[in-house]
Write a protein that binds this ligand. Structure first.
Ligand SMILES: NC(=O)c1ccc[n+]([C@@H]2O[C@H](COP(=O)([O-])OP(=O)(O)OC[C@H]3O[C@@H](n4cnc5c(N)ncnc54)[C@H](O)[C@@H]3O)[C@@H](O)[C@H]2O)c1
Length: 354
């Protein structure tokens, strides 16, 4: 791959998340958003005006025909992620894709095979990996601070956090899954990244639809127009994942459930020498005398491996030949494989061997 000096971006999708994406890309001294496409032209025009984006179109095909664009960011309803990523790669563009990667592993694999064939960069923009707390705990794992990590607990549980009822988010045909693809995927990916274990062997999971189908549990996120789109995705899911080295991870995700607090999200790590939470980055271990003392240490100082803390800057720096991608293709495919397995396990009531 030839290193670029400046990176000209196109955005596909002008929804809620595209606003912060355009801002983050334009903050990089060597990148600029040059074009945006969305079938909802009003939305595309509003974002273009606010972020000084010169070209606006209603179709991804029109945007991708622009030879001046080096890379695209795709942020559409989940169903269009993999097809649009393939379209962009076929047009010779590097791709940073929103989560979740795809509707299933087979689709995801078609994307990564094409990226490899075309010699283009591809990543899924898992933003949670980049924040300072995540980087600090990951750095300690790299130094083997925790000894053997035998268990981790990943969860993102909201009491009432369904993105607007009546939008594509709650519809299986458009979203693929509900809380699992919206917030569960973040904590699953973050957990595997922080503990450095992408070698799962089996998955047992269950998904539930208990609130959204009754018109309950709506949260604040989402710009999309409310329609009469049926809510038929999970608003709660749980899973146990076993890894080749004997470690286990539990995942809990909820858009809506009865619990004491409005939101709870974290990754908790159990190692033989120490434990940790990621939010905030905090370490737990025996003091000098293990029988009488115990230490709780905030990990909030020192330099970061990626000081920009930004998925877009990582991608841009990668295209400029200056940084490795933090979210690699094999990792993104493994996360998708686990998500597929949770759905299959829930359907069959059995553990899925990978
Ligand atoms: N990383 C994060 O933290 C994070 C946060 C929110 C959303 N997301 C992801 O971003 C994506 C978009 O979410 P959102 O909240 O912005 O949704 P949204 O509903 O606000 O916006 C989606 C936009 O996509 C447009 N669209 C539909 N089909 C299109 C096509 N073929 N080409 C171009 N545009 C098309 C719609 O018109 C709409 O404007 C989702 O995949 C979601 O999972 C990620």
């Amino acid at each position: 791959m030839k290193a670029l000096n400046t990176v000209n971006f196109g955005l596909i999708g002008a929804g809620a998340i595209a606003w912060s994406a355009a801002e983050a890309i334009n903050k990089h001294a060597n990148a600029r958003v040059r074009a945006i496409s969305d079938p909802n032209l009003d939305r595309a025009r509003a974002l273009a005006a606010a972020r000084d984006i010169p070209a606006v179109s209603a179709s991804a095909e029109e945007l991708l025909a622009d030879r001046g664009l080096d890379a695209v960011y795709i942020a559409t309803p989940n169903k269009f992620h993999a097809p649009l990523a393939r379209l962009a790669l076929a047009a010779g563009k590097h791709v940073i894709l929103e989560k979740p990667f795809a509707m299933n592993y087979a689709e995801a694999r078609q994307v990564t095979d094409l990226a490899a064939k075309k010699g283009l960069a591809f990543t899924v923009g898992m933003n949670q990996r980049f924040n300072a707390d995540s980087q600090r705990v990951r750095a300690l794992v790299e130094k083997n601070f925790f000894g053997e990590i035998y268990h981790a607990k990943a969860y993102w549980r909201r009491r009432a956090g369904i993105p607007r009822l009546g939008t594509w988010f709650g519809n299986k045909a458009l979203a693929g899954a509900g809380s699992l693809y919206d917030i569960g995927v973040h904590m699953l990916d973050l957990c595997l990244h922080v503990i450095g274990n992408f070698d799962p062997v089996s998955v047992s999971g269950q998904t539930y639809t208990k609130f959204g189908n009754r018109g309950l549990g709506e949260g604040g996120w989402g710009n999309s127009e409310r329609g009469d789109i049926k809510f038929d995705v999970d608003d709660f899911a749980t899973a146990l994942i076993r890894f080749r080295n004997g470690a286990t991870v539990t995942l809990d995700t909820s858009w809506a459930c009865h619990q004491a607090d409005g939101n709870r999200d974290n990754v908790e790590i159990n190692g033989t020498e120490a434990g940790a939470t990621v939010r905030p980055a905090r370490v737990y271990r025996y003091g000098k005398n293990p029988l009488t003392s115990y230490e709780v240490i905030d990990v909030d100082k020192g330099p970061l491996a990626l000081p920009h803390q930004c998925r877009f800057h990582n991608f841009i720096n990668h295209l400029r030949g200056k940084e490795a991608l933090l979210v690699t293709v094999p990792q993104a495919l493994t996360v998708q494989k686990i998500l597929d397995a949770i759905a299959r396990s829930s359907k069959t009531g059995r553990e899925v061997r990978l």
